[in-house]
Design a protein around this ligand. Sequence first.
Ligand code: FCB
Length: 434
Amino acid sequence: MPEFPAGFVVGVSTAAYQIEGAVDAGGRGASIWDTFSHTPGRTRDGDTGDVACDHYHRWAEDLALMAELGVDAYRFSVAWPRIQPDGTGKPNPDGLAFYDRLVDGLLARGIAPVPTLFHWDLPQALEDRGGWLARETAERFAEYAGHVAARLGDRVRRWITLNEPVVHMAQGYAWGTHAPGRQLLLDALPVAHHQLLGHGLAVRALREHGAAEVMITNNCTPVLPASDDEADQAAAAVYDAFHNRLFNDPVLLGTYPDFLSAGLGDVLRDGDLQVISTPLDALGINYYNPTKVGAPPAGADLPFEMRTIEGVPTTAFGWPVVPDGLHDLLTGLRETYGGALPPIYITENGCSTADGTADQFRVDYLDSHLRAVHRAIGGGVDVRGYFVWSLLDNFEWAEGYSQRFGLVRVDFESQQRTPKNSYHWLRAQLASRA
Ligand code: FCB
């Protein structure tokens, strides 16, 4: 591993619905992912997160895997329906107790806990009241954040509010490929605003409970125009606004790109942008690949069209592998936001590979992306840490168990965990740090 500045954090990342299972244990309420995955035709092979990696019962074994790996930090998510089964009201003691034990277990092993408060598993009861299309959900989210912080805030230093609000908006509400499965296309825009408002309100709630460091995790992608043609360039700029700037500008600058602000109409109220731009201690970035975009055919529903990036390796998922994209993304953020850009953590990066423990592809992927981060730091971008997605093979949303992102193989029949070559590689890298 290249030599990172002192204190650079290396961790692994997971999310509640993707690993916990035990969907009826400890008073947990239903989430939109329970409903979605149990609806025929929504996920590959009808897979659900009912059992997943059974991490809810096997968390101690998973902590031992992390301790052995030698990571500095663990990014996990808190399942809102465990804390508030109906999305509102008094917190559920059993739900809080689970994360309480997890945090203590991490600290006892010298691993810093980094909880994400929302990684897409909205309580179904809130979806029934409009989900993130409803402004009220933003307020409920801040209340929930306050409950979690009141319990864990004495031991958790670093918090993440939302995971990838762009993906939740696009896949969940615009295309309908993720829960809650709505197909609103451009009418999904209020979902962006209400998530961001919820984020801003939650930042304040977390700080009231003594949170030392708060960030949001945005999925960012460098957008490559399909050609030099004006129409392709314009389509790329529009896509960049929807995917990247819609979520970074309001948080860092307190503004929306003009045409998106107009598109929000009276969903955007006076004072909202002040809440959303409450200063952050850091920005979380999830990076997987760049996106090539061209002009759409006449009469298309959307003002852009995705194109294939040719001539590069692809992961088992078919995602293009472009480590330079991570470098360019980081230096691009620095150019765009200058002094308004806080320190950055890469909160997810990784790849899916064919099943098995011989995953040299993942070793090469992680090695090349860590080097890209290192070069960006050398070029003056303040990156403080890097989290691998993911510790374990897990429930990859609509793809079910078909996409394996883990450093550790999981046999979903027996629940046996087997470290892959990439785990052994990362362990050696971490052990050799100065
Ligand atoms: C990200 C999600 C994460 C995982 C990876 C592969 O978009 O945040 O839960 O599914 O992709």
